[in-house]
Design a protein around this ligand. Sequence first.
Ligand code: FAD
Length: 414
Amino acid sequence: MLPLNSLQVVAAVDPSGERDVVVVGAGILGLAVARELHRREPGRSIAVLEREDEVGFHQTGHNSGVIHAGIYYVPGSLKARLCVQGARELYELCEQKGVAFERCGKVIVALDESELGRLDELERRGIANEVPGLRRIGTEELRELEPHATGVAALHSPDTGIVDFPGVARALADELRVAGVEVATGCGVTGARAAGGRLQLTHSLGETRARFAVFCAGGWSDRLAVKAGAGPDPRIVPFRGAYLKLKPERRELCRSLIYPLPDPDLPFLGVHLTKHISGEVLVGPTALLSPSRDAYSLATVRPRDVVSTLAWPGTWRMARRWWRTGTVEMRYAASRAAFAREAARYVPGLNAADVEPAFAGVRAQALSRDGKLVDDFVFSHTERALHVRNAPSPGATSSLAIARMVADEAEAGL
Ligand SMILES: Cc1cc2nc3c(=O)[nH]c(=O)nc-3n(C[C@H](O)[C@H](O)[C@H](O)COP(=O)(O)OP(=O)(O)OC[C@H]3O[C@@H](n4cnc5c(N)ncnc54)[C@H](O)[C@@H]3O)c2cc1C
């Protein structure tokens, strides 16, 4: 593996001129797409353009760090198929590249009899999605796996794991660089226009003309798609997810991953306890509409992002349906005690004194004009370009499998 300061060398790259393919965004998805396209045809000229000074900064660097096994997703959906394949490939990649991971397993807990129907449904989905090793367990086995958790039954997924996603992104960027693929950081794309059989991309380092471009811009994907000629639907509405963490002396409260049963109508998994690859145990995340697409601090309020969310008709339709859930989430965001009480439903020994603030991530969640939080991965085309319009969780787990699908489409458009 190359030293990390190789990324600074990458920053000096000048990506201007002609390329076969440009990938916009060096999160885990953009990097995986560039790698896949390069591996298929090493002679192809490819440039990855990333606005930040480092790769994997936004969602890739601010998430739960879980390799999902594919349990939750509607059978036949892209999420179901790509998550199961992607998890398998991601484990292999981590082994090859020496990126830290642990196949630590997870439990999804039914707290009482009233939740058993939803547990049944998840089990059905997991089996239909061919999730390896998924099994129903009772109270005793739950106690053996997670001595501090409570519940009447659970699903145990031994194949769920944890990983250093930013480490994966750095490993992919290093592989690309060694192979001669440019990864230009500090290169924000500001415009995209099809002309003369090429896509002309303007950016902070100049201009690049590409035969085809793939946009993997996460929280800004809708804006770039519109610039390239796509319609505005769906819009990205940012959902902030704040985490607490267990104090070091209380980490024994959770051995691996303890999850609630999610609301089947929402694309979020609920407040969970997650062992992180660093050894910390995260509690969270919350899910609250965010005042900016990069609101890692609550003080980051961007008028353009606020207006974009409030001016979208889908936001108001969503709010009419979900205002009660929004109020509960606001309570968790405002009160550490309320947040800790939610987690304590699964781990009764936990209280507000056991936790401290950790970090926050911002989900790039697509919201349709009619107010639906788009659940599945969404891709769309404009002339000479493909746009990843919705790649929320388990997008990081699925990245290598998504990359194969995207590369097929890109090759058809080249
Ligand atoms: C709180 C939270 C928890 C999550 N937990 C998990 C989990 O446990 N497991 C899992 O599999 N997934 C999880 N996810 C989802 C996962 O993080 C995403 O699916 C994944 O990181 C998406 O990768 P990406 O490359 O599309 O996005 P990003 O990592 O956001 O990358 C997009 C990149 O595009 C760049 N960009 C944007 N605009 C421009 C521009 N104009 N010019 C150049 N570059 C630009 C950005 O700077 C950024 O680097 C979670 C997400 C969040 C927010």
